[in-house]
Design a protein around this ligand. Structure first.
Ligand SMILES: Cc1cc2nc3c(=O)[nH]c(=O)nc-3n(C[C@H](O)[C@H](O)[C@H](O)COP(=O)(O)O)c2cc1C
Length: 194
C-alpha cells in the first residue's frame, strides 16, 4: 500500500486542522497516511510521497523552509506537494513559477487597488514572492504543485509583535478564511501526482 506523509508547521495552530483534512481526503484512496508536525519527522525513507503545509509568517514559516532544505535530496526521488496558508494575496494572474503549477483558492486573491501598478504591500503579497523562497529551499528538486489557501487569524492568540506585523504589513482582518471545499478538492487531486 502506498504511504504518504502530511507534514506541517504552524504558528498559532490553525494549519493543523488543514493538514488533518488533507490527510483525510488522501486516505480515501486506499493510501496509508501519516500526519506529523515537521519536528517529529526523522526520515522520509518509508514514504512514497510527501505533502508539506505551513502558514505565511513574515515569509513562509521558517521551520518549513528548513524542512525543505534538510530533505532537498530526498525530494529528488520522493514527489512533494506544498500548501501555503495566507491571509493576503494579490491577484496577479500568475499560474506557475519555474514550471511548478499553482493552485489558488479563488476566494483569497484581491485585485490591486490600481490595476497594473502594485503598491508595496501588494508587491509583497504576490504569489511569486511567496513561492520563490519555497522553490529555492527545495532546489534542485521541485514540488509537483503549490497550493495557496486562505488561513485563520485570531489576534487574541498572538504576541504583540505578531499582531503588529499582521496588522501593518499583511493588513489582514482577523477571521477564519479557510475554504474547506477548496482544500478538500486539492487534496483529492494529490494521490494522482504523489
Ligand atoms: C506574525 C504573523 C505574520 C504573518 N505574515 C503573513 C504574511 O506575510 N502573508 C499572509 O498572507 N499572511 C500572513 N499571516 C497570516 C497567517 O499566515 C495565517 O493567519 C495562518 O493561517 C496562520 O496559521 P497558523 O494558525 O497555523 O499559525 C501572518 C500571521 C502572523 C501571526
Amino acid at each position: 500500500m502506498k504511504k504518504i506523509l502530511v507534514a506541517y508547521a504552524t504558528h498559532a495552530g490553525s494549519t493543523v486542522e488543514v493538514a488533518q483534512t488533507v490527510a483525510e481526503e488522501i486516505a480515501k484512496n486506499n493510501v496509508q497516511v501519516d500526519v506529523l508536525p515537521i519536528d517529529q519527522v526523522k526520515t522520509l525513507e518509508m514514504y512514497d510521497g510527501v505533502v508539506l503545509g505551513a502558514p505565511m509568517i513574515m515569509g513562509w514559516h521558517r521551520g518549513a523552509l528548513g524542512f525543505l532544505k534538510k530533505h532537498r535530496n530526498a525530494f529528488r526521488k520522493i514527489p512533494l506537494a506544498v500548501f501555503v496558508m495566507a491571509m493576503s494575496l494579490t491577484q496577479t494572474g500568475e499560474t506557475s513559477m519555474n514550471g511548478v503549477p499553482f493552485c489558488i483558492d479563488e476566494k483569497l486573491p484581491k485585485p490591486p487597488v490600481i490595476e497594473g501598478k502594485l503598491n508595496w504591500r501588494e508587491r509583497y503579497a504576490q504569489v511569486s514572492n511567496y513561492a520563490r523562497p519555497i522553490l529555492a529551499a527545495v532546489a534542485p528538486a521541485k514540488p509537483m504543485n503549490i497550493a495557496f489557501f486562505g488561513g485563520c487569524l485570531q489576534y487574541g492568540r498572538l504576541k504583540w509583535w505578531a499582531v503588529l506585523f499582521a496588522m501593518v504589513i499583511v493588513q489582514a482582518q482577523a477571521g477564519d478564511k479557510r475554504n474547506w471545499t477548496a482544500i478538500r478538492a486539492w487534496a483529492t487531486s494529490l494521490p494522482a501526482v504523489l
